[in-house]
Design a protein around this ligand. Structure first.
Ligand code: MG
Ligand code: ZN
Length: 216
């Protein structure tokens, strides 16, 4: 038997497969006229609360579905479901991000003709979710005042791969003596043209502007 050596570029293979699945997701969303938004950010930045507020504000306008990614539990999906929005929970077990194939498998049984707006809440993590396109229209990242001042500088790649940065919990900035302008400057260092929205999902501040920027 001839001796054969096959070199596999695991990174290329893995990411290539994800790109293929992402293209299929994008095709499916497009076929149903669905706008899909991937929401990334660390645990505790208020991703779920932001989705809840958006669902409330957009309930008359869109037929929405929320896809929630978490290692375990359906806490976030249940919170959004309490607003009358359909949800699909993906429990990733050990995976610290969603990938396009997970989304594809999770939506296999879902009748997508019922929806025209899909929010995908990624697993709470500011690192790898940015490396896995899901086939969405927009990938946004949520950072918040309570995470401390270095979130942007420590995660430039995630910012670079996002279409928009949402700074949440701005209502707490004064109480925590947090310099929001410095955070915006850090974002500008990474990408001078990236839309940056200052919001409070809790008080509703800036949500109207966010909806406008998301073209919803
Ligand atoms: Mg959440
Ligand atoms: Zn990961």
């Amino acid at each position: 038997m001839p001796e054969k050596t096959v070199s596999i570029d695991i990174r290329k293979d893995l990411f290539g497969a994800n790109e293929d699945a992402a293209a299929l997701n994008a095709e499916k969303f497009k076929e149903h006229g669905i706008k899909a938004i991937d929401i990334m950010g660390s645990v505790g930045t208020g991703k779920t609360q932001l989705i809840e507020v958006l669902c409330e504000k957009l309930s008359g306008k869109y037929r929405m579905l929320m896809v929630a990614g978490d290692l375990a539990t359906r806490i976030d999906a249940d919170r959004v479901a309490s607003h009358g929005v359909d949800t699909v929970q993906i429990n990733t077990g050990t995976a610290c991000h969603l990938d396009a194939r997970m989304v594809r498998v999770a939506l296999k049984e879902t009748d997508l003709s019922k929806y025209n707006l899909v929010f995908i809440e990624n697993v709470g993590n500011l690192i790898c979710p940015a490396g896995y396109p899901l086939g969405v229209d927009k990938k946004i990242v949520v950072v918040s005042i309570t995470e401390g001042p270095y979130m942007i500088r420590k995660h430039p790649l995630t910012i670079k791969r996002s279409d928009m940065v949402v700074i949440n919990k701005v209502d707490l900035a004064e109480a925590l003596d947090f310099d929001v302008t410095a955070l915006v400057d850090d974002i500008r260092q990474v990408d001078a043209n990236l839309p940056v929205l200052r919001v409070s999902a809790r008080t509703g501040e800036g949500i109207g502007k966010l909806i406008e920027k998301l073209e919803l």
